[in-house]
Design a protein around this ligand. Structure first.
Ligand code: SAH
Length: 294
């Protein structure tokens, strides 16, 4: 298969994460994904519980997918390595992380060294659909909030099953969309989110489940975590207030890095509306590669 780095979408994703690396790191720390809160829990202003919540989401996915300690893991869309450092640290896994952004891969390697797990967590600039790893290389394929950026989800599940050893585990958490038809306003909201976040489209959780089964996975299950993660877009977040105050800060950033950087700021209110109206959903999927044939 032709590696897709260089294709239009992948170039845009690569650029987006290159130019927003520091913004995400300031806002979210080393985790480039939602937080997981208890029902009714509201994020505070100091960001401390936001970091605890993003940490918690990683633990929730480990536990939901039953990631075995010590596994060899492919981290699809590794960001700057936050989740991988947990897998390599607390769980004693060996992790190969791939991201389209060379800057993210470099930052993740730096963080792994600093955390003393540089031998067990390595990060590369690679397209997840063309990594070149041999068949059955991994015990776990882990994709935390990266599948929304991958247009060919049929190919993603096919590649995941190819790369997993028999009995291996697929663990996915992803933004999704409500199953079924959307009305015109809903479609427009989704369209804006997709444009700002450099995503081709969303699938519903039900669709993810169908695709995993069609690829040959067994024990496929999903869980809807929308209520637990929606608080991540609470407008009380210090950073978002800061940028609402300082439009000139955004203008300067856009001038310096290009207008794509603004997608980072537009996502907040749109995602909040998406969760409030139930159009945007969020969930996890777990599945197993059968041990004997299909
Ligand atoms: N999983 C990380 C980062 C999520 S951000 C975390 O939870 O912290 C989305 C990530 O997916 C980015 O690192 C982006 O580069 C990566 N990504 C998107 N499409 C990809 C593809 N086709 N191949 C590899 N990585 C991809």
């Amino acid at each position: 298969m032709e590696p897709a780095i260089g294709s239009g979408l992948n170039t845009a994703v690569e650029r987006y994460y290159d130019i927003t690396l520091d913004l995400y790191e300031d806002l979210w720390g080393e985790h480039v994904h939602h937080g997981f809160w208890d029902p009714g829990e509201v994020p505070g202003l100091n960001g401390a519980d936001r970091h605890a919540a993003t940490d918690r989401l990683v633990r929730e996915l480990v536990s939901y997918a039953a990631v075995p300690p010590g596994s060899r893991v492919l981290d699809v869309g590794c960001g700057i390595g936050g989740p991988a450092l947990h897998l390599a640290g607390a769980l004693g896994c060996t992790v190969e992380g791939v991201t389209l952004s060379a800057r993210q891969a470099a930052r993740a390697n730096e963080k792994a060294q600093a955390a003393g797990v540089g031998e067990r967590a390595r990060f590369h600039q690679l397209d997840a659909l063309g990594t070149g790893y041999p068949d059955e290389s991994f015990g776990v394929v882990w994709a935390l909030e990266s599948l929304m950026h991958i247009a060919d989800r049929v190919a993603f599940f096919a590649e995941a099953i190819r790369l997993l050893a028999p009995g291996g585990t697929l663990a996915v958490a992803t933004w999704a969309v409500r199953d079924g038809e959307l009305d015109e306003d809903e479609r427009e909201l989704v369209r804006q989110i997709l444009v700002h976040q450099v995503m081709p489209d969303f699938s519903s959780l039900e669709e993810h489940e169908r695709l995993a089964r069609a690829a040959g996975f067994a024990e496929v299950a999903t869980v809807d975590w929308s209520d637990a993660v929606a608080n991540s877009w609470d407008p009380g977040f210090a950073q978002i207030q800061q940028f609402e105050r300082g439009r000139s800060v955004m203008r300067d950033l856009a001038r310096e890095r290009g207008v794509d950087v603004l997608g980072f700021f537009h996502a907040g209110p749109l995602m909040k509306k998406g969760f409030d109206t139930g159009v945007i959903t969020y969930g996890a999927l777990r599945a197993t590669k059968p041990r004997h044939g299909r």
